[in-house]
Each structure stands twice: as structure tokens, then as C-alpha cells.
Write a protein that binds this ligand. Structure first.
Ligand SMILES: [Zn+2]
Ligand SMILES: [Zn+2]
Length: 283
């Protein structure tokens, strides 16, 4: 559950592989959500007409592409590319730095999709997107709204089951994104301990692709912290779980357990050193 090292490890071989193809590959390395296959993958059709740059540019960035891309990596080009690599290594210093530029503050996670579930005011969607950009440096992609799935409706309490919403969301992470955050104005709930149906602010995979949170409880018992600010903090909290951050005992940390009460969130104003260390932000 707490193993933050998973996303950290995932990126390592990718980068290592990219380094080997600098700088000809540089143009092919996608800037942010690097999941798209290299555009040059249409390999030089026939015989090895080798100007070294051509071959280099045609080589798909193997490490940067998912394995099921089916790039022609075993074609004769591979042999030729080895030669190219040796050539380009000499002046690769600067390009190597550029290739190592992280896509966000969190290794291995570049893009988060925000999925409005039902009607969600634009300012709430924007508050969430802004919070995720600012805290984690993510690219945030706001998806078109979809209705809440009927499968998640909990008739006895007339509200929506968060774990079933996450089941729904998990299969909807768009190409090029790493996480999906569902956002709704409806009340959501889940089972907590002995309580069959406990109203909550949000629920997340830890770590994993999906989380969901609701503005419903952010609007209740508002004192000093406005609902939109509460929502920003909930977003940071839930997406933090998807990155592998467990609940944090530090008073006032964003990852403190709110226990379903928005008032708890009002005191959460920072990400503490323990959590930052888990994200690899401090040694
Ligand atoms: Zn939590
Ligand atoms: Zn913390």
C-alpha cells in the first residue's frame, strides 16, 4: 500500500533507454504525457540507405513507448541504429539533460485526467485542475462530462457509492494520461469499519489509477475556508493517495485523514516533510 517506489522505478528504464538514442531522438521524445508512439515509427521502407540521421530518426523510442505499440524494433534497422548511437554519443551531453527533464514533480506520472461526473460547475473543475497543476506539476486534461453510472447508485441512502465510481473510472483513463480523478457535486459514500454506508469527501486507489471526490460535503458548515479551497485540498489529498501516499499523522498536512468532515480539511494547509519524502521531493 505504501510503496511509493513503484512509480519511481517505472520511469527508470524508460529514461535509460531514451538516453541511448540522443540527440537524433530528441525530437521524438514526447514532451509531457509521453505515451504516444514515436512519430517516426514508419521505418525507411527498403534497403539500408544510411545517412545516420535518417536511421536514428526512424528508430522508435523503444523505452518511451508501451510494449504493445508493436514498433518494428526487430527489423534490420536495429543493427544499423547501434552504429548511429555510437556516433551521436559524443555530443550528447546537452541533449541528455533535456531528455532527463521531468514531466511533472512526480516521477513516472505526467498527466491526470479530470472527469466531471454529471453537471459540475466550471469553477469547481478549474479549482481541481489548478490545484493538481500547482501541487504536483501535472498536465491536467479535463474530459467531457459523463453521467454517474447507475451501477454506483445506492438506493437506501439515495447517494452514490464511491468504490463503484472508481470501478467505473478505472477503465476510462485516457491514452497518454496516468491517473483519472472523478469529480461530482453528488453525495458519495463507502463502507468504513462497521458503518455500511459512510458519507465521504473522496476515495482513492492507493496507489492506482483512479480516485473520486465530491463537492457536496465541501459546501457544508462553511466557516472561514471557502468551498472551492476545500475542494482544492480534497483533490490534492485524493490524488496523493493514487500516488501511493497513505494517510499522514501530521496535523495540518493535506494527507491527514479528514474522516469525512470538511472541517478537518480547513486546517490542512501544506504537504508535510514525511509526505514530500515519500514523493522523493526531499532526501
Ligand atoms: Zn484519505
Ligand atoms: Zn504528511
Amino acid at each position: 500500500m505504501r510503496d511509493v517506489s513503484v512509480p519511481l522505478l517505472r520511469i527508470a528504464p524508460v529514461r535509460a533507454a531514451v538516453f541511448r538514442f540522443v540527440p537524433a531522438l530528441l525530437a521524438l521524445v514526447p514532451p509531457a504525457c509521453g505515451r504516444s508512439p514515436g512519430p517516426g515509427a514508419t521505418t525507411t521502407t527498403s534497403t539500408t540507405t544510411t545517412t545516420s540521421t535518417n536511421v536514428g530518426a526512424a528508430e522508435p523510442p523503444q523505452g518511451a513507448s508501451p510494449p504493445d505499440d508493436g514498433g518494428p524494433s526487430d527489423s534490420p534497422t536495429t543493427t544499423t541504429t547501434t552504429t548511429t548511437t555510437t556516433t551521436t554519443n559524443g555530443d550528447g551531453g546537452q541533449a541528455q539533460d533535456a531528455a532527463a527533464e521531468p514531466c511533472s514533480h512526480v516521477p513516472g506520472v505526467c498527466c491526470v485526467a479530470v472527469q466531471p461526473l454529471g453537471d459540475v460547475p466550471a469553477e469547481e473543475v478549474e479549482a481541481v485542475a489548478g490545484a493538481l497543476r500547482e501541487m504536483y506539476g501535472f498536465e491536467v486534461r479535463v474530459l467531457d462530462p459523463v453521467e454517474l453510472p447507475q451501477s454506483a447508485w445506492y438506493e437506501p441512502r439515495q447517494r452514490w457509492r464511491a468504490e463503484l465510481l472508481n470501478d467505473f473510472l478505472r477503465g476510462r483513463v485516457p491514452e497518454g494520461c496516468d491517473r483519472i480523478a472523478g469529480l461530482t457535486t453528488k453525495d458519495i459514500s463507502t463502507t468504513k469499519g462497521d458503518v455500511e454506508d459512510w458519507g465521504i469527501l473522496g476515495l482513492a486507489d492507493m496507489p492506482g489509477p483512479a480516485c473520486v471526490f465530491s463537492t457536496y460535503r465541501c459546501r457544508r458548515k462553511v466557516h472561514e475556508v471557502p468551498p472551492l479551497e476545500r475542494l482544492r485540498r480534497v483533490a490534492i489529498h485524493e490524488v496523493g493517495h493514487t500516488l501511493g501516499l497513505p494517510h499522514c499523522p501530521t496535523y495540518g498536512c493535506f494527507l491527514e485523514d479528514a474522516g469525512g468532515k470538511a472541517e478537518t480539511i480547513d486546517r490542512e494547509t501544506f504537504l508535510c516533510d514525511v509526505c514530500r519524502e515519500r514523493l522523493g521531493w526531499i532526501e
